[in-house]
Design a protein around this ligand. Structure first.
Ligand code: FAQ
Length: 334
């Protein structure tokens, strides 16, 4: 009878799990290490929620790099010169590499590549909203380098000091490569704006108009609406908040827009001398959440492309496994 009552209790209200004295001690020691600015390694003890938060953020980041190959990959066959094609090929390949380092970093936390892949392909996992917008013209490729990689670097440089060391180490290499990506985009736009025809200049301006607001959305919801920020900041997973990074991005980017000779589509943009920063207009958060929720212009297309790539690659995985099995038999026989 008593045990029945316990069953009922479990169904009625989820009781909080009582932590053991040992767990409390470990948790205190962990928090002390975080407060002292120590880095946490894969084999160190960590609270469950810290692990889950990292798996969530790192796997979303990895998916973003992989899905992020699609909008630019779309232009490889149509790049206007051999030089631009070689640069774009290298960039898209780098993004694939970033995805792989990041999946490997997430695996150190106990999740598997298969679990992460399944979550992406089924549509359960999130990836950056920015990659659900279409690349309509060649100028979009330059603007992605300038704005999207620019926003990515702004967000990722502080992640090189993330308290979880395997993620921080991966981010150092990623940031070096992102810096080349940003420069090639900017240089491509500068070439079009300096030597291009009026139509080419208009194409650049049109691309800036379409990518500006989605780039600002990359930093995530406003701090007051960001459920994960407070804890992630406390644990040193994030070092700078979404709003602070967005502001730094606007402040760094507007002088670059002036050199290029383009404007951003924000009538509220204004230098604020008192804050030593730009004031800017309100983001359309309804659009942001629509895109994050799967209803952006290209969400379905992106997932369909990833699913097709997975299905088309089945023979490669089968061949690799068959080869590994053959090698294992050979080694056993030797
Ligand atoms: N899109 O509480 P917060 C790149 C979600 S890589 C979609 O503020 P958090 C390279 C968020 O996950 C770009 N979802 O969350 C490249 C959370 O959902 P959940 C990717 C978003 O984690 C360039 C919910 O909203 N970079 O561009 C977005 O503390 C060119 C509440 O948000 C990274 O992933 C969004 N924009 O802060 C590749 C960097 N924003 O999981 C190819 C690492 C928020 O609770 C071509 N990640 N959400 O259901 C981060 O720094 C953080 O995860 C943030 C979000 C800042 C993105």
């Amino acid at each position: 009878m008593y045990t029945q009552a316990m069953d009922l209790m479990a169904r009625e209200a989820k009781p909080k799990v009582v932590k053991s004295a040992e767990d409390l001690q470990r948790e205190e020691a962990f928090e002390a290490r975080i407060d002292a600015g120590d880095f946490i390694e894969a084999k160190d003890w960590m609270p469950d929620h810290y692990r889950k938060t990292l798996v969530r953020q790192i796997s979303q980041h990895a998916h973003s790099e992989i899905v992020g190959m699609l909008p630019e990959g779309n232009w490889i066959t149509r790049a206007p010169t051999l030089k631009r094609k070689a640069i774009l090929l290298a960039k898209v390949q780098d993004e694939g590499g970033h995805g792989l380092y990041l999946y490997a970093a997430a695996e150190t936390l106990g999740t598997s590549r298969d679990e992460m892949t399944e979550a992406l392909l089924s549509g359960k996992a999130k990836y950056s909203s920015i990659f659900n917008y279409p690349t309509l013209t060649w100028a979009d490729i330059g603007v992605i380098g300038w704005l999207v990689d620019g926003a990515a670097i702004m967000n990722q440089v502080p992640l090189c000091r993330c308290s979880y060391a395997p993620y921080a180490r991966a981010m150092i290499r990623v940031c070096r490569e992102e810096s080349f990506h940003q420069r090639q985009g900017y240089e491509s736009l500068l070439t079009m704006m300096t030597h291009g025809t009026a139509a080419q200049k208009a194409m650049v301006q049109d691309a800036v108009n379409r990518w500006w607001w989605p780039s600002l959305m990359m930093f995530g919801p406003a701090d007051k609406d960001s459920p994960n920020s407070e804890q992630s900041m406390r644990w040193g997973i994030k070092r700078v908040t979404n709003d602070q990074l967005r502001q730094k991005f606007v402040d760094a980017t507007i002088p670059q827009a002036e050199i290029l000779g383009v404007t951003v589509p924000d009538p509220a943009l204004k230098w604020n001398a008192a804050r030593d920063s730009y004031d800017f207009g309100e983001i359309d958060w309804a659009e942001f959440w629509r895109v994050v929720g799967g209803e952006g212009p290209c969400n379905r297309e992106r997932l369909a492309a990833r699913n097709k790539a997975w299905d088309d690659g089945a023979w490669v995985r089968d061949a690799a496994l068959a080869h590994a099995r053959k090698q294992a038999v050979k080694q056993e026989a030797a």
